[in-house]
Design a protein around this ligand. Structure first.
Ligand code: FES
Length: 84
C-alpha cells in the first residue's frame, strides 16, 4: 500500500503555534497507523497568509489541508482516508 504523504508546515507561524509538537508524530502514532505515512517538514505553505493565522498550525495529508492541526485530527483524517 502506498504511504500517505503527511506534510507538516514548519514556517514560523505554524511552528510557534504547535507544529513543533507534531514533528515526532510518526513515533507516537497508534499501532494501527504507524508506518503508513511519509512525514515531511516544509517551509511556510502560504496558508497562513491566504487564510488566517488562527488556522495555524497547518498540515496537509495527501493534499487535504488540516487546520489547527493536532495529532488527534491527523489520526482521524488518516483513518478516514484508509477507509475511503
Ligand atoms: S507558516 Fe505555516 S502556512 Fe505559513
Amino acid at each position: 500500500m502506498k504511504k500517505m504523504q503527511l506534510e507538516i508546515c514548519c514556517g514560523t507561524t505554524c511552528y510557534m503555534l504547535g507544529a513543533n509538537r507534531l514533528l515526532n508524530i510518526e513515533n507516537e502514532m497508534p499501532s494501527d497507523l504507524r508506518g503508513k505515512t511519509d512525514v515531511r517538514a516544509l517551509p511556510c505553505m502560504g496558508l497562513c497568509n491566504e487564510k488566517e493565522l488562527a488556522g495555524a498550525p497547518y498540515v496537509k495529508l495527501n493534499g487535504h489541508v488540516i487546520e489547527n492541526a493536532t495529532a488527534e485530527k491527523i489520526y482521524a483524517k488518516m483513518r478516514e482516508l484508509l477507509e475511503a
